[in-house]
Design a protein around this ligand. Structure first.
Ligand SMILES: *[C@@H]1O[C@H](CO)[C@@H](O)[C@H](O)[C@H]1NC(C)=O
Ligand SMILES: *[C@@H]1O[C@H](CO)[C@@H](O)[C@H](O)[C@H]1NC(C)=O
Ligand SMILES: *[C@@H]1O[C@H](CO)[C@@H](O)[C@H](O)[C@H]1NC(C)=O
Ligand SMILES: *[C@@H]1O[C@H](CO)[C@@H](O)[C@H](O)[C@H]1NC(C)=O
Ligand SMILES: *[C@@H]1O[C@H](CO)[C@@H](O)[C@H](O)[C@H]1NC(C)=O
Length: 291
């Protein structure tokens, strides 16, 4: 395949679907430690690689390409979740390793996890139909430079409407929290987090970020210093949960230095909680209609 591509050096758009089967997984030969020969595609503008069950093929192939810096890259992984198969190729992927600002988009209903770099050039998607398996596959690619992360978890259409059910306490869902937590572990360099989530998912994130794990790895996102939250509701529990999260980290010697909260239209941050939050966080900024 690579050899043939060398003859198409004027290609502007390339989309390859690499298809394997679930059965192939058990018998795949160990990958050779030699990198594939490089192929220079100096005119390529759009690359899309989709694999079913053969994630390592995509990663090796991608690592062997030399593309213009303007090219956009879209890698999709479907099926095949054992993380060792990604790990064999992880270190080859310098472009991925260099991402410093990105959005992590989760859809529980679709069972997908994707990462979009802020410059729009790179998109990675794990479409395994199962969030637990996505976490396993995701954790095999590391993001050592990723300092600015946006976590986006839209409302799950199978759950009750967030705004209508605003008075309800968000459900505590230990399994879902564990899955989100597993996704955040491989991104330890994050210093700045933007939370763009539905009420229930925001609540889950505060639980995860503010929970002490154990003595060796006390918190996920250990270097987190700044949080921005959009569309914040005036649910007392949400403000309290945020306060618990900020206090837990401050108590452990890793306080947030800045917190920026943008309230939903008409919503007002509870004043007493705000005063307590200000004593646990360096700078708190609340944007709301009446201020
Ligand atoms: C990071 O990406 C977000 C979302 O695309 C953007 O709003 C923000 O300005 C970026 N930050 C930096 C420092 O580039
Ligand atoms: C999830 O992973 C398990 C093994 O870890 C596997 O049996 C199952 O088929 C996977 N599910 C999907 C949807 O890939
Ligand atoms: C966390 O911050 C410290 C101090 O700036 C730095 O040495 C360390 O490498 C950072 N950790 C990660 C995972 O980036
Ligand atoms: C602490 O938690 C981390 C993350 O869950 C885990 O990888 C590690 O093994 C745990 N360490 C101990 C001593 O339990
Ligand atoms: C909460 O916000 C809604 C609008 O989002 C508003 O109608 C309601 O009056 C607010 N309640 C309080 C106690 O601020």
């Amino acid at each position: 395949m690579l050899h043939n591509l060398q003859n198409f050096s004027l290609l502007r758009m390339l989309s390859i679907h690499i298809v394997g089967t679930a059965m192939y997984q058990g018998v795949h030969p160990p990958p050779s430690s030699d990198p594939d020969p490089t192929v220079k595609l100096a005119h390529l503008q759009n690359l899309r690689l989709v694999s079913a069950f053969l994630p390592e093929k995509i990663l090796r192939f991608y690592a062997s390409l030399v593309l213009p810096t303007t090219a956009t890259v879209d890698l999709r992984f479907r099926g095949g979740s054992t993380n060792t198969r990604y790990q064999e190729c992880g270190p080859l992927i310098n472009t991925i390793q260099g991402i410093d600002n990105a959005t992590l988009l989760l859809s529980r209903a679709c069972g997908t996890v994707s990462v979009h770099s802020a410059d729009g050039k790179l998109r990675l998607a794990w479409e395994l139909g199962n969030t637990a398996n996505n976490s396993i596959a995701f954790s095999a690619i590391t993001f050592p430079a990723l300092q600015r992360l946006t976590v986006s978890i839209p409302v799950d259409p199978t759950e009750p409407n967030d705004r209508r059910e605003r008075r309800d306490l968000p459900d505590y869902n230990a399994e879902w929290e564990a899955e989100i937590s597993a996704l955040l572990h491989p991104i330890p360099a994050v210093t700045s987090l933007t939370i763009d989530c539905s009420l229930r998912n925001r609540y889950a994130l505060f639980n995860i970020i503010g929970r002490k794990l154990n003595s060796t790895t006390p918190f996920v996102l250990p270097n987190l210093s700044s949080i921005t939250i959009s569309d914040f509701d005036n649910h007392t529990r949400s403000a309290m949960q945020l306060l618990f999260c900020a206090r837990a980290r401050a108590k452990d010697g890793i306080p947030l230095t800045s917190l920026e909260v943008r309230m939903a239209p008409g919503a007002v941050f509870p004043k007493d909680t705000l005063a307590r939050l200000e004593s646990a966080v360096g700078t708190v900024t609340v944007h709301q209609d009446d201020w």
